[in-house]
Write a new protein. Structure first.
Length: 140
């Protein structure tokens, strides 16, 4: 009898955890379902998710209106296989054996939904590429 392969875990990090990291986590959750453990956090979380980001995600059928920004913890990094910073200059504790990626994406803070759409679309493209690297087929 073979042992099940453990689910990979991915942590998306951005300073405020209100835009890019929320989009990355939402796309990964949407596309991977329960086959990937998904987290997002920030070193200085905002009070709410950016409304333009919520609107842009709603346009592609993903509702993140109930999400709330979370504080980045050492445990979240330690328990993740892949840690993705979103080009926001946030720093994470470094642990051996973890994969660290920096996705340099424009900051949607203060932008309207028109400016958020290309950031959203590039985030989705990168999440799909990550799924391929993790050998997880997207569900959508």
């Amino acid at each position: 009898m073979s042992t099940p392969t453990p689910r990979p875990s991915v942590l998306f990090v951005c300073v405020h955890n209100a835009g890019r990291s929320q989009m990355g986590a939402a796309f990964l959750s949407h596309l991977a379902g329960d086959r990937v453990e998904v987290r997002s956090a920030g070193s200085a979380p905002a009070g709410t998710v950016n409304p333009a980001v919520v609107e842009a995600m709603k346009e592609v059928g993903i509702d993140i209106s109930a999400e709330t920004p979370k504080i980045l913890t050492t445990d979240a990094v330690r328990s993740s296989d892949v840690v993705i910073t979103m080009g926001c200059g946030d720093t994470c504790p470094v642990f051996p054996g973890k994969r660290y990626l920096d996705w340099r994406l424009p900051d949607p803070a203060g932008q309207g939904v028109e400016a958020v759409r290309p950031i959203r679309d590039e985030t989705e493209r990168r999440v799909r590429a990550l799924l391929a690297e993790l050998a997880v087929s997207p569900t959508a």
